[in-house]
Design a protein around this ligand. Structure first.
Ligand SMILES: Nc1nc2c(c(=O)[nH]1)N[C@H]1C(S)=C(S)[C@@H](COP(=O)(O)OP(=O)(O)OC[C@H]3O[C@@H](n4cnc5c(=O)[nH]c(N)nc54)[C@H](O)[C@@H]3O)O[C@H]1N2
Ligand SMILES: Nc1nc2c(c(=O)[nH]1)N[C@H]1C(S)=C(S)[C@@H](COP(=O)(O)OP(=O)(O)OC[C@H]3O[C@@H](n4cnc5c(=O)[nH]c(N)nc54)[C@H](O)[C@@H]3O)O[C@H]1N2
Ligand SMILES: [Mo]
Length: 747
């Protein structure tokens, strides 16, 4: 190796910025970024991953599909590798055939997934722009992260849920100053705030918790795992799926003991009078008392009473992790948390009320001045059909069948072609055996991927995509203070091409070349998008270097820090509910929603209720006695860089946490290989026995690539072999990943 070309440059990623050392055309080392007080360890695996043998080296077409349009054998691993031009010709002809025979409404381009950081080469933007340029595609609504909340919360607080998260919640600085009691449903997990869409440069969550502790703030983590909040927080173990019951009981105590802020309810909310009879048990004969909630939640009634009194007596912020709405009836704890905060009367007070997703990603809880993005325009989609993102298998299995979604009745489209770039559904979707069945329905599946992921392995046409380290881009997230030039650090690995080049090649063949590229090469697009961004920033009074300067400097810190965040919505609403109403039908916080009531859904009625999921600890059976939570992995982002991580001694199968008593009853010790199973499937995992998880609950993180189809046990430990594929309710239709029962046995 020629050492003379050794270079160190900075790039960014969803898990933050880092230095990359290249030598001899390869990435040889990564190092922390000096400005980051708490850098993520994720980049360490990068050199191994980028040059891993599991990179897709050249375009690949599944032989049985090519020979006979076979759909059943997806996952068989038998590919031919034609030259690029030929592969693009074959794919373009197939896309053309489908759109001419069935229309563009037969193309699914929802293409959910995190892809990589970098604004121009953002894979979803690229695939959507391409599909729009050739006549449109069936799109998806919402995310796996917060799909259910995105549906329910606008009914309750009137605001787009993402605006609420990013622009109107209190910052960690405000919380540090004002909050006395922090009640965290599902915790606030520094492990999760390692990442943020498009990058998070200064990892600050852990530092804020040190400040909270130093100040003497009471910090209570409510949920199945002690480790969901930083060390030193109080842990109130609570059964998964039962949070709505616990919140109702807290509300009951407040109502019974005269702690409710009736003044706030009268001026800022609507429908408490229609919710109260349910709370007090007048409508169903069941008062939602702590004694009622104790057996459901596993939380002692006395502790519930004491917590309610403390919440009413102090400045209290209720925070709710996103995991609480990635479960069946996830609408209920979300809605109920807002009702509880309204009863406390602290919504809109600094450090009080309710907040969602602190810690879920880095960037929530930061003060920042919103700055226009740097986004590839996607064009217009001529197809208007959209499915809730997590209903993809339902769609493929039930063409033409009706389904409900947030007050609408729609029919699933008849999908013949699936086009995916930047996501790994065979990692992220629930009940993967069911998805495999659904995956046999479309005529053709095209995937752009850098690696032979579980999804690429199940595609008919696989185009090798570059990673961000092989192309030039700009790194910028509206939740971050930094701006990066991301240089092409190495040449493309194998025959990989940028998604842009792949789609330009297809668009060209489909007569939409000019519409897709507008005559620009990638570098010209980057300059064009950057110029627009720089103009917007300048107009907002933020100094941004020219592209040439940024190229020379590699990165800059922008003056995007806000002096004091305006918190437009809830602060102003609190001060002046008539003059600054919410965007709900009543202009107030909707404790009862006539709109939702009008939908007539028994799985999401007109006010928050306790609705037990089909699978949760309270419904445990002898066949499936344990509740499985499947959190995000701490050592990586979803399934990314998995191939290299899986090579690390002892890393696979994935580790499952199990409580001491459950382990003892099954003769399981730390390090043992176990089989985790239910009626939907089985996975292999490695046990870690602990007292830091609630008895009756096991935790297996997402992220392992599921093995080839046909195996009766996934060797790698992907929890989605086990999860149930059902919408949160007819309202939200989000994923119910966290509502799953399993059994575990020693192998
Ligand atoms: N059981 C369970 N399941 C879950 C969850 C859970 O809590 N429990 N959480 C859900 C949530 S919130 C999410 S967000 C999803 C995450 O699911 P995904 O977002 O699908 O997971 P990733 O592994 O990030 O997938 C991104 C893929 O894009 C590829 N990629 C990266 N860069 C590029 C590029 O430039 N071009 C192309 N073409 N491809 C690229 C990566 O190699 C990777 O395979 O998982 C969901 N699934
Ligand atoms: N390191 C790393 N960080 C990530 C990601 C990653 O892949 N890796 N992914 C990012 C993405 S896409 C997202 S959407 C966010 C997700 O952010 P979250 O949704 O907050 O994260 P999870 O890890 O799914 O779940 C957090 C915890 O919720 C608890 N929990 C599960 N069910 C319940 C319940 O019913 N009640 C209560 N009280 N607690 C429950 C579990 O113990 C779990 O550990 O994380 C982001 N951050
Ligand atoms: Mo997510």
């Amino acid at each position: 190796m020629d050492g003379s070309d050794r270079q160190t440059r900075v790039t960014t990623s969803h898990w933050g910025a880092f230095e990359v050392v290249t030598e001899g055309g390869r990435i040889v080392e990564t190092r922390p970024f000096a400005q980051d007080p708490s850098p993520s360890a994720i980049p360490a695996i990068l050199p191994a991953a980028v040059h891993h043998e599991s990179r897709v080296a050249r375009p690949a077409i599944r032989r049985a599909w090519l020979d006979s349009r076979d759909r059943k054998g997806r996952g068989d691993g038998d590919y031919v590798t034609p030259p690029w031009d030929e592969a693009l010709d074959i794919a373009a002809q197939e896309i053309d055939r489908i759109r001419k025979t069935h229309g563009n409404g037969a193309i699914y381009g929802g293409s959910y997934g995190w892809a990589s950081a970098g604004r121009f080469h953002h894979a979803q933007s690229q695939v959507h722009r391409f599909l729009n340029s050739i006549g449109g595609y069936v799109a998806s609504f919402g995310s796996y992260s917060t799909g259910c909340a995105q549906s329910i919360m606008p009914h309750v607080l009137g605001e787009n849920f993402l605006t609420l998260l990013y622009e109107t919640q209190d910052s960690f600085a405000t919380i540090a100053e004002h909050t006395e009691t922090l009640v965290m449903f599902g915790g606030i997990n520094p492990k999760n705030s390692q990442v943020s869409m498009g990058g998070i440069t200064e990892h600050a969550t852990a530092g804020w918790f040190d400040r909270f502790a130093a100040k003497g703030m009471t910090r209570i983590n409510i949920g199945p795992q002690r480790g969901d909040a930083p060390e030193g927080c109080e842990w109130l173990p609570c059964r998964p799926g039962s949070d709505a019951a616990l919140m109702l009981a807290l509300a009951h105590v407040m109502e019974e003991e005269g702690l409710t802020d009736n003044g706030f309810l009268a001026t800022h909310t609507t429908g408490f009078d229609r919710f109260r009879p349910y709370l007090m048990g007048e409508t169903d004969g069941t008062p939602k008392t702590p004694d009622w909630a104790a057996p459901l939640t596993g939380v002692d009634a006395g502790r519930i009473r004491a917590l309610a009194r403390r919440m009413a007596a102090t400045r209290t912020l209720i925070t709710v992790a996103w995991s609480l709405q990635r479960q069946e009836h996830g609408e209920q704890p979300y809605w109920m948390s807002a009702v509880l905060a309204a009863m406390l009367g602290q919504i809109g007070l600094p450090g009080g009320g309710v907040g969602y997703g602190y810690g879920a990603i880095g960037g929530i809880g930061k003060d920042f001045r919103p700055l226009g993005g740097l986004t590839l325009p996607q064009g217009r989609n001529a197809v208007t059909d959209v499915i809730p993102v997590a209903r993809v298998a339902d769609m493929l299995l039930n063409p033409g069948q009706p389904y409900d979604f947030n007050g609408q009745r729609r029919d699933y489209p008849d999908i013949r072609l699936v086009c995916w770039a930047g996501g790994n559904p065979f990692h992220h979707h629930q009940d993967l055996n069911r998805l495999h069945e659904a995956w046999t329905r479309p005529e053709t599946i095209i995937v752009n991927e850098p690696w032979w992921t579980a999804t690429a392995q199940r595609a008919d046409i696989v185009f090798p995509a570059t990673t961000p380290y092989e192309r030039e881009d700009i790194g910028r997230s509206p939740l971050d203070d930094y701006l990066f030039h991301m240089p092409a650090l190495i040449s493309p690995v194998g025959q990989a091409r940028d998604d842009y080049a792949i789609f330009a090649g297809l668009a060209e063949r489909l007569g939409a070349g000019e519409r897709f590229t507008e005559g620009r090469e990638a570098a010209a697009w980057i300059a064009h998008l950057y110029a627009g961004f720089r103009d917007g920033a300048t107009a907002a009074g933020i100094e941004v270097p020219t592209l040439e300067e940024l190229r020379a400097r590699n990165w800059v810190r922008l003056e995007t820090q806000a002096e004091e965040q305006p918190k437009p919505v809830l602060r102003r609403f609190r001060a002046d509910p008539e003059g600054a109403p919410l965007k709900t039908p009543s202009g107030r916080i909707e404790i009862f929603s006539d709109t939702i009531d009008g939908f007539g859904y028994d799985d999401c009625p007109g006010h928050p209720v306790w609705l037990p999921p089909v699978e949760w600890p309270g419904a445990a059976t002898t066949e499936a006695p344990l509740h499985l939570v499947s959190p995000q992995p701490g050592d990586k982002l979803h399934s990314q860089l998995e191939a290299a991580l899986a090579d690390v001694e002892g890393a696979r199968p994935e580790t499952i946490l199990i409580h001491e008593t459950d382990a003892a009853a099954r003769g399981i010790a730390t390090g043992d290989l176990v089989r985790v199973f239910n009626s939907r499937g089985a996975v292999r995992a490695r046990a870690r026995v602990t007292a830091d998880i609630l008895a009756g609950v096991v935790a297996l993180p997402t992220g392992a690539w599921v093995g080839p189809p046909g195996s009766n046990m996934d060797q790698n430990g992907n929890p989605n072999v086990l999860t149930r594929d059902v919408g949160t309710s007819r309202l939200g239709q989000g994923t119910s990943a966290h509502s799953t029962l399993v059994e575990v046995e020693r192998l």
